[in-house]
Design a protein around this ligand. Structure first.
Ligand SMILES: [Fe+2]
Length: 251
């Protein structure tokens, strides 16, 4: 019998397969199915070690090791399925997902999600989307700041797409938190299209704007190096193996 996470994995592969021969509308249909299925996932479904979720109090780098633990469930050339575990009071720094879709489902605890959308980001689906304007350090980019969300395990997944809510910062709230992430295409080298999808980090710049600009949620984001206090260790996935079924391209 196929488990929920295996079904999610297969559907994610089907949804994000970059095949130009797929009929129009297939993506939307699969994506909505995937979103609904993902909303039911729990820590039990992925056999998450509850020891990783133990609350040791406010994070201290000298005694707690990495602030964030990464666990990869599956990856092929089109999609990454992974879990991020955040210790008490830490954050995934403000970062982007160049040309990528993302689904983020909290499975333990609660997080705050502060999202932004680059203004003038007219990226559309396709291998080049979101990559033509890759920022270099110190680039300053205008963005819309969205409403701060508090998301917990009983809430539906958050979504991001190539041109919308594509930059975010995520804090654990009131203790450790864990969320399942489905990202497509994956970060890194895209061998199929000969592209690099690097993750860039940002800081919001304080500015003395006119009231009208502040009220419109217009902000400026500066591209910065990876924050030195942020790093991940890794843990092995011990849940049901996500098969290659439905993955015609292999990994
Ligand atoms: Fe992210």
């Amino acid at each position: 019998m196929t488990s929920l996470i295996q079904n999610i994995g297969r559907l994610a592969v089907r949804t994000f397969r970059r095949d130009p021969k797929l009929p129009a509308g297939a993506f939307t249909s699969h994506y909505e199915q995937l979103y609904n299925l993902l909303n039911a996932v729990t820590t039990q479904d992925i056999n998450l070690d509850l020891g990783l979720l133990h609350d040791h109090g406010a994070f201290t780098a000298s005694k707690d090791g990495a602030p964030v633990t990464y666990m990869q469930l599956y990856e092929n050339s089109d999609v990454t399925i992974c879990v991020f575990i955040l210790k008490n009071g830490v954050r995934l720094p403000l970062h982007d997902h160049p040309g990528m879709y993302g689904l983020l489902k909290v499975v333990h605890g609660a997080v705050s999600v502060q999202s932004y959308s680059f203004i003038g980001d007219t990226t559309v689906e396709g291998p080049q989307s979101g990559l033509m304007g890759s920022p270099t350090l110190s680039d300053i980019l205008p963005a819309t700041k969205h409403q701060l969300l508090k998301v917990c395990a009983s809430d539906p997944a958050c979504r991001l797409c190539p041109g919308e809510q594509n930059i975010h910062e995520i804090y654990s709230l009131d203790g450790p938190a864990a969320f399942l992430d489905i990202l497509s295409p994956p970060y890194g080298t895209d061998e199929r299209f000969g592209l690099e999808r690097d993750c860039h980090y940002y800081q919001e710049i304080e500015s003395r704007w006119e009231v009208s600009q502040r009220e419109s949620n217009l902000v400026w984001l500066v591209n910065v190096p990876t924050p030195s206090d942020f790093w991940c260790d890794q843990t092995e996935y011990k849940g049901p193996i996500i098969s290659e079924d439905g993955d015609e391209h292999g990994s």
